[in-house]
Design a protein. Structure first.
Length: 271
């Protein structure tokens, strides 16, 4: 299982830009896939869909609810996420390529990250990144204060509608779209509750919609499409934890630390 610290340099490699200054070496599986799929060219677009907390064990146990993602992608990469596996720590690692002690968020707190990030690397390379997030979530806070665009919405529906508008607008080189719906329901009802699994299915189907829109509207771009969460989760039990949430994450256990990302290269069909 690869470390999530390898992702930022691999996404940089995919676009042919210098990685963030403190990123660890690039993920070989993703880099190799990109080389093969684009025939040696680089991606000029990356669209990353970041649904929060969908654990690898949940994906394996309920593959039906991930069917749209698996149908729309070629490459699955299992990652061990950062510790502690909580949202700002893990997204910090995902988009800096650095361990928490290097990027500075080592627990559940949400300061603006001061070290070099993938977003800084993109801006230096003359690319236009965009983060679309839900308000008061880690993704709407920790990468702030860069000269780039942020779209912050109240609901996942509004955020995903904004993502569709951004795809049609066709002006951003890197788009990261954050959704908190699975995580939110998982804490309240548990990772396997029917309501929580329905949220996972929503993320799965939403990804299919983005993929379809990108296939039809970004035909002149070599696009890398990604479905990648920050960390996993585990069930808590009512009898032991009466009155508290039924799902959680933050421990050094496979349920919380093992995740699986999915990627698809969509080579340009016209230039
Ligand atoms: Zn999270």
């Amino acid at each position: 299982m690869d470390s999530l610290t390898t992702l930022a340099a691999a996404l940089s490699y995919a676009m042919g830009i210098e990685p963030p200054a403190q990123a660890e070496p690039k993920n070989e599986a993703l880099s190799h896939y990109v080389d093969e799929a684009f025939g040696g060219r680089k991606a000029d677009r990356i669209f990353m869909y970041n649904p929060d907390a969908i654990a690898y064990w949940v994906q394996r146990k309920y593959p039906f609810f991930m069917e749209t993602v698996t149908k729309n992608t070629d490459l699955a990469i299992s990652f061990r996420t950062a510790f502690p596996p909580v949202t700002p720590v893990c997204f910090g690692t995902m988009y800096t390529g650095a361990e928490p002690k290097v990027h500075g968020i080592m627990k559940y707190e949400r300061p603006v990250i001061r070290i070099d990030t993938l977003f800084d690397a993109l801006i230096r390379a003359g690319k236009k990144p965009l983060i679309i997030s839900i308000e008061n979530c880690s993704m709407s806070l920790i990468f702030n204060e860069r000269p780039m665009d942020y779209i912050i919405k109240k609901t996942v529906e509004e955020a995903n509608a904004a993502a569709m508008e951004a795809i049609l607008e066709d002006k951003y080189d890197f788009i990261a779209v954050y959704n908190d719906n699975y995580d939110h329901c998982m804490h309240a009802a548990g990772p396997e509750d029917v309501r929580t699994l329905a949220e996972m299915r929503y993320n799965d189907r939403m990804f299919g919609t983005f993929a379809d829109l990108i296939r039809r509207h970004w035909t002149r771009h070599d696009t890398l499409l990604g479905f990648g969460m920050d960390h996993g989760c585990h069930a808590r039990y009512k009898e032991k934890e009466s009155g508290v949430s039924l799902g959680d994450h933050g421990y050094d256990i496979p349920e919380d630390r093992e995740i699986c990302h999915y990627y698809k290269a969509l080579p340009a069909v016209e230039k």
